[in-house]
Ligand binder design. Structure first.
Ligand SMILES: *Cc1c(COP(=O)(O)O)cnc(C)c1O
Length: 367
């Protein structure tokens, strides 16, 4: 990438990039857009379309690359609608809102080929690029003997740019950046950065944070670290699976995802089973997790009827280098206890909600 533009968080990089590339009637296509990403796209007047592969929609059925974009759906969309309105294709690696599942190199390459054919820019939401690269090494033929940095370099070689949250695969407490190959676009982004974030040399960050990011980006590619990281997510996922708790399989990169639809089959989606489960886990064991379902991604139709999200997941994101095995065992035990008492959990109704990103500040009550 020829331009690296630091920002105070990933969403600030999104805001700057989409303010310039988005706007009224534009469309952003993704495997799955993260919540702040979708909100920034919609805030610019554009819309977002998720084209996750078929395997990605089936939580209980394992597959190696459930984060892949469905390139057949992308081709059909282009054949039907043309490309003029498409601002970009944005691949989220790993796919945070879809279970932390990886995207294969083949899928990145295939997506790039379609984009090149029609002159559509391809961007990467790179928050977990190292975890994604590690999954490619483990699961994709031809990459067994490559280093993580070689794999990451190949992933980014197909992209016109990326947005990054340094709080994820850069080990930093704060920060992010926008990386671009297009120099003209970079000039526009820097000008907007100066109004909203800070000067292009620091983008709202302190010097120590910039240094932490520079080191963290290398440290996160250490294979011993990645092995421990991926294995610890797998450990909790397997423990829950063995106890009959419905989880997203296989284990993702950074989190264990509970399938709330299966966990609470008697609570209908318009009573937000994911959020009901989030509250139950907090009440039982003080465990904080997040709903990734119809509270986060649901929409209302013309009659104010809920159009539910594709999946009702609950994500327990595991902080890097924080927990020991006994912490994780405690979390698993609480989840299993709540699972055994799941009949006592009731659905929720919204009593107050803001117009965008409602899941952050909405108020709900039990039925
Ligand atoms: C966290 C995250 C973001 C937003 O980054 P922030 O630093 O929290 O603003 C964007 N995309 C994905 C996939 C993320 O996980």
């Amino acid at each position: 990438m020829s331009s690296i533009i630091p920002t105070h968080q990933g969403r600030a990089a999104e805001k700057i990039l989409f303010s310039i590339t988005g706007g009224k009637d534009k469309v952003f296509i993704s495997n799955t857009l993260f919540d702040t990403t979708r909100a920034n796209i919609e805030f610019s007047g554009s819309s977002g379309i998720d084209m996750i592969c078929v395997e990605g929609k089936k939580p209980s059925i394992p597959a190696p690359f459930k984060g892949n974009l469905d390139t057949g759906v992308l081709k059909d969309y282009i054949a039907k609608n043309g490309t003029e309105q498409i601002a970009m294709v944005l691949l989220t690696v790993t796919n945070n809102s879809g279970g932390g599942q990886p995207v294969s190199m083949q899928n990145i390459r295939d997506t790039k080929n379609i984009c090149s054919l029609y002159n559509i820019p391809l961007y990467i939401d790179a928050c977990r690029f190292a975890e994604n690269a590690y999954f490619i090494k483990l699961r994709e033929k031809g990459y067994e003997d490559k280093s993580i940095i070689e794999i990451a370099n190949e992933m980014f070689s197909y992209a016109d740019g990326c947005t990054m949250s340094a709080k994820k695969d850069a080990f930093a407490n704060i920060g992010g950046f926008l990386a671009l190959k297009d120099d003209d676009l970079a000039v526009k982004c820097r000008n907007l950065l100066i109004i909203t974030e800070g000067f292009p040399t620091y983008g709202g960050l302190a010097g120590r944070d910039l240094e932490a990011i520079a080191i963290g980006l290398y440290e996160v590619m250490d294979e011993h670290y990645l092995q421990y990281r991926i294995r610890s997510i797998e450990y909790i996922t397997q423990k829950l699976d063995a106890a009959g708790v419905p989880v997203m399989l296989p284990a993702g990169g950074h989190a264990v995802y509970l399938d709330a639809k299966e966990f609470l089959p008697t609570i209908p989606v318009n009573q937000y089973p994911g959020q009901a489960l989030v509250c139950a886990l907090y009440k039982k064991g003080g465990i904080r997790c997040v709903e990734i379902g119809s509270l986060m991604f649901g929409r209302y139709d013309h009659n104010h009827k809920l159009v539910p999200a594709a999946l009702e997941l609950v994500r327990l994101a595991i902080p890097r280098r924080v927990y020991t095995q006994s912490h994780i065992d405690y979390v698993a035990e609480v989840i299993i206890e709540v699972f055994n008492e799941r009949d006592q959990i009731s659905g929720l109704r919204i009593v107050e909600e803001p117009p965008v990103l409602r899941h952050f500040t909405a108020r709900l009550e039990e039925y």
